[in-house]
Design a protein around this ligand. Structure first.
Ligand code: ZN
Length: 660
């Protein structure tokens, strides 16, 4: 080795570039916007914590027909309308402690210039052409539909009436990239996630891919970025919007900066805009000769109390109100804890309050406040010293759990499994709560000979809470900061948190710890609204039906129910069992392993009908031998004597997921 090579450039920090979609300013922000942005924020904070140089971009999409219409409805020009609407987004992100590094507005000069550059480049590459187009146009969606896609004169997407429009436009030869895109998706399983969405896009690409109309005649729509080489046209709003992912990190303006950030590590999107990202954006990037983003993750949608969220139902969840009522951190926690990221979820105040009270107020909040109370009471309000001689096996076990989070949480975060990452963190919360009970510091404090042991216990609890603050910081930054401050550890996590803080023992003894108000004051559960029957109903009411059923049912407690381990299983193989016409032998993948299950469903299903189906498996049933074959579980189906239907799922689900 030459001395020179040792002196080579300092090792470059790993980078992480994450984006949210830019949000349309024709409406105020709702839970869907908040969900994507919170998830992106958690990932961005997490990567910064792990030492990545991170760039987190969000913003607003301000051109297009819908914005123009929304503005004119209010008697405003579109720019004034956008200027007003953008405030609602910026204020919400502040309130939800979103740590974006930049905020792009598509009406900004820095963005518009790059969109025009992109158009020039596409033109020069020869992938644009003009053609006249006649088709059915959905005004609100700003898109054309083919004749066979239109349903009885209505848009197949939004159901509103379509209009017949004929016009000349610029087209991008998207069709030419179909095979290349398909290959890319097949060769890069991490590109489109979750897997169900990847399959959806591959399915879409099985059909012929059309070219993309990327212009709008100015005569019809003035509110857009003008074509640099044809003043009669403005840019199709989707092309305009997608370009933000490269315009802001410096495409065409700052090559060094652009090389640092591109390709993006993650584009987070809602599942409704997956195609525009996976297909339009990817093929445009190919035409520009740029790499595709590493991952495009499409998350699911929220219903509210089991119903689709809509203005007409009046059940739109206002993230501001949620942050007001529960605190931004609790709202952030709930959205990511309640539902596996990528799947649809249901929002209800009952579920929110339940998690808030049990997991935040009770598990975490109590652990924190009782620990600080004990430090105040038994240790004069300073974090005591741990005495190696008084350390026991259970202390070491807690340390081991705390240390293991670095790896386990990291693995789940890499998989976008926020709910599992939080579950991992809660293993430490639960361990620490049991540790308090088991070691009963209040008993140790009664006799001075136990002083060393008491100090060890209190130190381990304080350091565990410090460690929890580090792990919780990406999810609940305000709570983590309060914990760090009250433990006397750090008053500026945002600036000071380092990867080394994941290590055990960073809390120095002798620091004053001071307890503040509860981290999560308990919240009264929402009152159930009872409908009073004024007269005896002709048909039994819901309550009556429930009552009559309950009379015949013996109840089990929730704890008894929880003993059942129900999991999503995917049937990977199925075969008939010789001499038993009702039985099938199934191989069911339950995430962690493949189970052999004998099921009496052969009268209803042929084996090959079942391959790939997701079913509900009781996985902790004692194995039984049926016709000489071991059955390691049971699958759920409807029917009394004969099976009528297998219980399965409306949405694609991951094998091994808990069913409850
Ligand atoms: Zn439509």
């Amino acid at each position: 080795m030459t001395p020179l090579s040792r002196r080579s450039a300092p090792r470059k920090r790993k980078t992480f570039y994450i984006t949210t979609p830019i949000y349309y300013v024709n409406d105020i922000p709702h839970i869907g916007h908040a969900y994507t942005t919170i998830a992106a924020d958690v990932l961005a904070r997490y990567k910064r914590l792990r030492g990545y140089d991170t760039f987190f971009l969000t913003g607003t999409d301000e051109h297009g027909q819908k914005v123009q219409q929304a503005a004119s409805k209010k008697g405003l020009d579109p720019q004034t309308h956008a200027d007003r609407m953008v405030v609602a987004f910026k204020e919400l992100w502040k309130r939800l402690t979103i740590s974006n590094n930049d905020f792009v507005r598509t009406t900004e000069e820095r963005h518009k210039q790059v969109v025009q550059q992109v158009l020039r480049k596409l033109q020069a590459t020869g992938v644009l052409y003009t053609a006249s187009y006649e088709g059915w146009y959905c005004l609100p969606d700003e898109r054309f539909w083919a004749a066979d896609e239109v349903v009885e004169g209505k848009c197949p997407d939004c159901g509103r009436p379509v209009e017949r429009i004929s016009e000349s436009n610029y087209f991008f030869k998207m069709s030419a990239y179909r095979d290349r895109l398909r290959r890319h998706i097949q060769q890069h399983p991490e590109f489109i996630q979750p897997e169900s969405r990847r399959n959806e896009v591959l399915g879409f690409l099985d059909r012929p891919l059309e070219d993309l109309c990327i212009s709008r005649p100015r005569a019809r729509l003035a509110w857009g970025i003008p074509f640099p080489f044809d003043p009669d046209y403005v840019t199709y709003v989707w092309v305009d919007a997608l370009v933000n992912y490269i315009s802001i990190p410096g495409y065409g303006t700052d090559p060094r900066r652009f090389a640092k950030w591109w390709p993006a590590d993650v584009h987070l999107v809602g599942k409704d805009i997956l195609t525009t990202h996976a297909v339009y954006w990817s093929t445009l990037l190919m035409a520009l000769g740029l790499d595709l983003p590493k991952t495009l993750f499409a998350h699911g949608w929220w219903t509210v109390d089991g119903e689709k969220m809509s203005k007409s139902r009046g059940n739109v969840v206002d993230p501001n109100a949620m942050a007001e009522e529960y605190g931004a951190d609790a709202f952030r926690y709930f959205l990511l804890r309640e539902v596996p990221f990528g799947q649809d979820g249901d929002f209800s105040k009952t579920a929110m309050t339940t998690r808030y009270n049990s997991e935040l107020a009770n598990d975490l909040g109590n652990l924190f406040s009782r620990t600080l109370t004990m430090i105040e009471r038994y240790s004069g309000g300073v974090v005591p010293k741990s005495h190696p001689k008084a350390v026991k096996a259970e202390d070491r076990r807690m340390v081991a759990v705390a240390k293991s989070l670095h790896r386990t949480v990291g693995e789940e975060m890499d998989r976008f499994a926020f709910h599992r990452a939080l579950r991992e963190i809660w293993t430490l919360v639960d361990f620490a709560n049991r540790y308090v009970e088991k070691n009963a510091p209040w008993d140790l404090a009664k006799e001075s000979k136990n002083r060393a042991r008491l100090d060890v216990v209190l130190y381990h609890l304080a350091e565990t809470l410090r460690s929890l603050a580090v792990h919780l910081f990406p999810f609940m930054p305000t709570t983590a900061q309060r914990m760090a401050t009250e433990l006397g550890w750090s008053t500026s996590l945002e600036q000071a948190l380092k990867p080394q803080d994941f290590q055990w023992g960073r809390l120095k003894p002798g620091r004053p710890a001071r307890k503040g108000s509860p981290l999560f004051p308990r919240i009264e559960p929402p009152q159930r609204i009872m409908v009073q029957e004024t007269a005896a109903p002709a048909t039994p009411s819901k309550e009556m039906v429930m009552e009559s059923t309950s009379a015949a049912t013996s109840f089990i407690s929730i704890d008894e129910f929880r003993k059942l381990d129900l999991r999503v299983g995917r049937i990977v193989a199925a075969e008939k069992i010789m001499g038993a016409d009702k039985l099938l032998k199934l191989s069911v993948d339950i995430g962690t392993e493949t189970r052999q299950v004998v099921a009496g469903i052969a009268t209803k299903y042929a084996p090959d009908q079942l391959i790939g189906k997701s079913v509900i498996v009781v996985t902790n049933l004692k194995p039984a031998v049926i016709r000489g074959i071991e059955s390691q579980g049971m699958i759920l189906a409807a029917g009394d004597k004969t099976v009528e239907a297998l219980a399965t799922f409306v949405e694609p689900v991951e094998s091994g997921m808990r069913v409850k």
